[in-house]
Design a protein around this ligand. Sequence first.
Ligand code: ATP
Ligand code: MG
Length: 423
Amino acid sequence: MIIAPLVGKQVDSYRLADARINVFDGSVRSSKTITTLVKWIEFVRTAPAGPLLMVGKTERTLRRNIIDVLVEMLGDKRARYVAGTGELFLLGRKIYVVGANDETAQEKIRGLSLVGAYCDELSTLPESFFVMLLTRLSIPGARLYATTNPDGPQHWLKVNYLDRARLHLDRDGEVHRSDDPDSLNLHRFSFQLADNPNLTPEYVANVSSEFTGLWYRRLILGEWVLAEGVVYESWDPARHVVAELPPIAHWLCIALDYGTTNPFHALAIGLGVDGRLYVGHEWRWDSKKQRGSLTDAEYSERVRAWVTGLGITPSYWVVDPSAKSYRVQMHRDGTTSTLADNEVVDGIRDVASLFATGRLLVHAVCKELIREIPGYAWDPDASEKGEDKPLKVNDHGVDALRYGIRTTRNIWHGRLAPPTKAA
Ligand SMILES: Nc1ncnc2c1ncn2[C@@H]1O[C@H](COP(=O)(O)OP(=O)(O)OP(=O)(O)O)[C@@H](O)[C@H]1O
Ligand SMILES: [Mg+2]
């Protein structure tokens, strides 16, 4: 990868990123990663002796987002990753690589004395880990570099850290300094798409069209805004509900949200020959409305009978991770299931983006799903605490939908028709 010389805000932030904590926040694709990596390479080259650490949500995402980029930038002699030991050798210095996706992650760094740390997607790490990390940066001259996309305005990173920055280079490129005694030795750099001159106007138009509402404001405009109101803002039955299914090129999955006292909801999701995703059929059992509850064996039998009746062969059976007993039953009945990816906000973002771009449609026979979507809303109490969570009511079809879409992402990603706009 040829790195073009840094320009504009990239250079300004590079020069000003000499605080103990340096956080780059803002839009997707706005060059936060490239700019911080150029800075990190310089730091690693010149930093005092001592251990260094690089952190991502998981080791795998860190590798894909960051380490592969470093290897491309420097070549595999100057940047060499040893997967077995989780160590990166960068310009001859050893760097520990860790994933920090849960509250137990802080145990991995307890007891270390570090001189430098790099965090990818900082807002997705637990606050407990970050607090521990700051105590570990104990060698004089120690620094931290981090990138993040915006989250809610009450998020721990925003309230406890970014709002207390000693220096802020804002989205418009203006520098604000704070002499508030409560401010931290933290410099904040807020990026937007326009700060990355390496993107073509076409590319910018495309990514911008993939997001609406909340996601547009956060991921394109770079604002820390509250998740409030309905989750799927672009949902419009006139646009998203089809009376007839086109020919389906590939039935990706049956996606299941399991319930015994709550409804059990299954969806058949396929990729149409027109390059759009379709929820073609649904099957639902509501023990409160129907004739009592079913056992796992009965569910398994009826769902299989439904799928056989549809005459489809799905590639995957994507099942609610909490449905352990049901998965065992399916296995007994000869069906291999796939554990659904239950990263709630990631799944919602995928579905929202597909609705916004007109690439996910619902067949009119899926009446219960169509009834749930417009009522699916963010939980205001969770938002106040800095967490994005949908309300857990009437969410059975919509849960199955995000499981199915998120878990089959590798199949449909890159195979869809170009985005279409709302009328
Ligand atoms: N100096 C540069 N030279 C060449 N390409 C660049 C440069 N800066 C950015 N780019 C290009 O822009 C893309 C986006 O930049 P980068 O990955 O740094 O954005 P980001 O702000 O970290 O985005 P995200 O929030 O999606 O992680 C890169 O993949 C790269 O192709
Ligand atoms: Mg990045």
